[in-house]
Design a protein around this ligand. Structure first.
Ligand SMILES: [Zn+2]
Length: 202
């Protein structure tokens, strides 16, 4: 069994979505000065590798603390969609027990200053197929599966499909059948939260 990390590192240099809050990671105590180390963390709820709950876009939608942990763990598959500007995928070839679908666009590989420009979008047809399936989480290695006015977010979140954004390292699990764990912080009334995502390959 091998466990693969699919998470972006989180620090002040992690790309934040335009107009989202900046990230702060500051020492408030250090072992050297105080005998123990503590940091103050401040960040937006959609920083780095994170989950979107329905409340992110849907008025009165479910929040993260409203989900049991098993909602964030499941049988996963990576579909390689590198090179597609509009992601169109026939989901009928996926195993029936697929609970977490991850699109590998390649966008987060070597991300930098321009991370929030020019990422591919998921077609509404493909999003509609996801809604009609057993898939509970759609993940992608880019900032978002769509652009304003966010029709894919709206369609998925209003139908109870969670979104997992800013994944990385999906090449390490492409072609594998694996279990994915994407447990977000249990933020009360959370519309989203960072998570550590791991792929567990048999
Ligand atoms: Zn988000």
């Amino acid at each position: 069994m091998e466990t693969v990390d699919l998470t972006m590192p989180l620090d002040e240099g992690t790309p934040t979505y335009p107009d989202d809050p900046d990230t702060e990671v500051k020492d408030t105590a250090t072992v050297d000065d105080d005998g123990y180390a503590v940091k103050r963390l401040a960040f937006g709820s959609h920083v780095g590798t994170h989950i979107d709950a329905p409340a992110h876009m849907i008025e009165g939608g479910r929040t993260l603390d409203d989900y049991p942990p098993e909602s964030f763990v499941g049988e996963a598959v990576v579909v390689d969609v590198r090179g597609q500007e509009v992601i169109e995928t026939d989901l009928s070839c996926l195993a029936e027990d697929t609970e977490i679908l991850l699109f590998r666009t390649g966008h987060s590989e070597g991300y930098g200053q321009r991370y929030h420009d020019g990422f591919p979008v998921v077609s509404e047809e493909t999003a509609n197929e996801v809604v009609g399936s057993e898939i509970g989480i759609l993940g992608i290695d880019s900032p978002s599966p769509d652009e304003p006015p966010y029709p894919v977010h709206e369609m998925l979140l209003s139908n109870g499909v969670l979104l997992l954004e800013n994944l990385t390292n999906l090449g390490a699990v492409t072609g594998e059948s694996f279990r994915c764990c994407a447990l977000p912080l249990k933020i009360v009334d959370g519309d989203g939260a960072p998570c550590r995502v791991a792929g567990v390959v048999d």
